[in-house]
Every structure is written in structure tokens, then in C-alpha cells.
Design a protein around this ligand. Structure first.
Ligand code: BV8
Length: 254
């Protein structure tokens, strides 16, 4: 889709929108220097998902899985939110109802200033006791102990993230589907749209009559079902869209 020719119609839709919902994936953090999962330099290229991001892998070798998360924590801690994260943080004030749902566990939306973030797959800066489910915020880089143990009961800690084969938090999932299917505009930004059930959120928005806008340098399985698909990097495209949107908002106010 040609950015310039389609910017106008997208802005008109956004100017009329009362509620805007977004789903973001690893791609929105790519320009911060954080590897995605399935890209050329992706995390899965060096590791295989089933070896690491599953409870079975963790129980079989908690040290290996924690070394992988400790390595990722180190990368994330050394990076900053990019222009795409910052635009979305400012958009919380721009629309009457604004919902940011992320598959990412890196916490970069919050570091960019987003206050209401729905984290579908958890957060890499939180650890959870495998016996008592107590959740601890922990920002040690590197971790003081690998694998870490619970201060309260001594049991193993695990990353407070959703692994493959694990169900997402039911209330978070229900809220996400409710908000997606009740919005006027749904963005899908920086996600390969293959991981379920997250990938179904933009589809449920489309089925409910929302306009769906995708931002991704590559096409995805969602591309054929959206109203606008911009072959663009989110860190470059979102500031352009934001500038045009604010220009038209000023123009409208006269
Ligand atoms: C579950 C946390 C019930 C850990 C992750 C149907 C229904 C339900 C489940 C399934 C189903 N079919 C299959 C399943 C099982 C599985 C699944 O979806 N498998 C896939 C691979 C087929 N789903 C589950 O297991 C889920 N559990 O539903 O429970 C259940 C239980 C048992 C059996 C069945 C059902 C749990 C899924 C959550 C897994 N946890 N992460 C961790 O991070 O370590 S998933 C992981 O993938 C991350 O969270 C990541 O966010 C997510 C999605 O990946 P993306 O974010 O899209 O990243 P990716 O690299 O793939 O793509 C990046 C994109 O960005 C690319 O398109 C690229 O072009 C683009 N990009 C690059 N640069 C830029 C850019 N875009 C914009 N700007 C740029 N600059």
C-alpha cells in the first residue's frame, strides 16, 4: 500500500473514531535493536521454541531456560523504546477510548510512557514462584542466581510469561476480545499474526465491523483480511501517521 495516497483515508477514519485498539508484536521493538522471533535475525533462528519457551523445557532444564531469559533480559535492558513506542504512548490522550494490547514481554511500551498496557503473554521483568504463584518484580541484570529461587518458600522461580501450550489468563483474554470487537479501528503492528489466540484479535475486530490497519514490512496471514496494510517499519511509519493526523486535527478545529 502506498503510504502517501492512503494516509489521508486512514486519518479520516481515525479522526472519526471513538475507540481505537492496537495489537503489537515483536516487530515494534525491532527498531530498538531487540531481536524478533521469526525474522532473519530472530530468536528462533538460534533457538527452537519447543526447546525453551515451554513448561516442559523449563522443568527438564530450568538452568538452560533461565540462561536464555537472562540473555534476553540483558539485551532488553540495554535498549530504549523507539519512535513507534513513543507515538503509541502519546495516542493514549488522543482518542476517547484507546486500548494497547501487546504480545511482547519486554516492557518497552511502559518505558515509552504507555500507562494502560494489556500484556497477553506476561512480562520478562516478573518472576513467579512455581509452588505458590507469588509474583516478584525483578530487574537484576544479570540475575544474581540461575535458576532463581523464591525468597519466601525456596521453590524454583519461573519467568512470569505464557509459554507455548499454556493458556493465557482468562480475564485478560476475555477483556482483549471484548475491546477488540467493540472498537472502531484496530491496528495490528509488528506481528507475524501466527501465534494464537492473539492473532485472532484483529479478525474479531474486522468481523465486528472495525476498520483494520496493519503495519509490517512483510505481508502476513492477516494481510488479506485488513482494510489497509502498510509495508513499513512501525518506527518510521507511526511518526508520519501521527504528524498527518495532528495536522488534520488542527485543520478541523480551524
Ligand atoms: C494457548 C512468551 C491454549 C514467551 C510467547 C489455536 C488456538 C490456541 C492455541 C493454538 C492454536 N494453534 C496453535 C496453538 C498453540 C500455540 C500457537 O499459537 N502456536 C503457533 C506457533 C502456531 N499457542 C499457544 O500455545 C498459546 N496458548 O492458546 O493456550 C492451548 C493450550 C494447548 C494447546 C492448544 C491451545 C500461547 C502462545 C503464547 C506463547 N508465548 N511468548 C516468550 O516470549 O519467551 S509467543 C511469542 O510469539 C511472543 O510473545 C511474540 O510476541 C509472539 C508472536 O510473535 P510476533 O510478536 O508476531 O513476533 P514474530 O517474530 O513472529 O514477528 C515479528 C513481525 O514483525 C514480523 O512479521 C516482521 O515482519 C515484523 N517486523 C520486523 N521489523 C518490523 C516489523 N514490523 C514493524 N516494524 C518493524 N520495524
Amino acid at each position: 500500500m502506498d503510504v502517501q495516497s492512503e494516509l489521508g483515508p486512514v486519518c479520516d477514519i481515525l479522526l472519526a473514531a471513538k475507540s481505537v485498539c492496537l495489537l503489537t508484536g515483536a516487530g515494534i521493538s525491532a527498531e530498538s535493536g531487540i531481536p524478533t522471533f521469526r525474522g532473519e535475525e530472530g530468536l528462533w533462528k538460534t533457538y527452537r521454541a519447543e526447546q525453551l519457551a515451554t513448561f516442559t523445557a523449563f522443568i527438564q532444564d530450568p538452568k538452560l531456560v533461565w540462561e536464555w531469559y537472562d540473555w534476553r533480559r540483558g539485551i532488553i535492558a540495554s535498549k530504549e523504546p523507539n519512535a513507534g513506542h513513543k507515538v503509541l504512548a502519546e495516542w493514549e490522550e488522543l482518542f476517547p477510548h484507546f486500548t494497547l494490547i501487546t504480545q511482547n514481554i519486554d516492557g518497552l511500551h511502559q518505558r515509552a510512557g504507555s500507562k494502560n498496557v494489556i500484556e497477553l503473554h506476561g512480562n520478562i521483568w516478573k518472576n513467579r514462584c512455581i509452588d505458590e504463584d507469588t509474583i516478584f518484580e525483578n530487574h537484576d541484570v544479570p540475575l544474581k542466581e540461575i535458576p532463581p529461587h523464591c525468597d519466601k518458600c525456596g521453590a524454583l522461580l519461573r519467568p512470569h510469561v505464557v509459554w507455548f501450550g499454556e493458556s493465557l489468563d482468562g480475564s485478560i483474554l476475555h477483556k482483549s476480545f471484548q475491546l477488540s470487537s467493540g472498537c472502531d479501528v484496530m491496528f495490528s503492528i509488528g506481528t507475524s499474526a501466527v501465534v494464537q489466540p492473539a492473532a485472532s484479535l484483529p479478525l474479531s475486530a474486522a468481523e465486528a465491523g472495525a476498520k483494520v490497519i496493519e503495519i509490517n514490512p512483510d505481508p502476513t496471514p492477516l494481510t488479506g483480511s485488513v482494510d489497509f496494510s502498510f509495508r513499513a517499519k512501525s518506527g518510521e511509519f507511526l511518526p508520519i501517521l501521527d504528524e498527518e493526523l495532528r495536522r488534520r486535527t488542527k485543520q478541523k478545529k480551524g
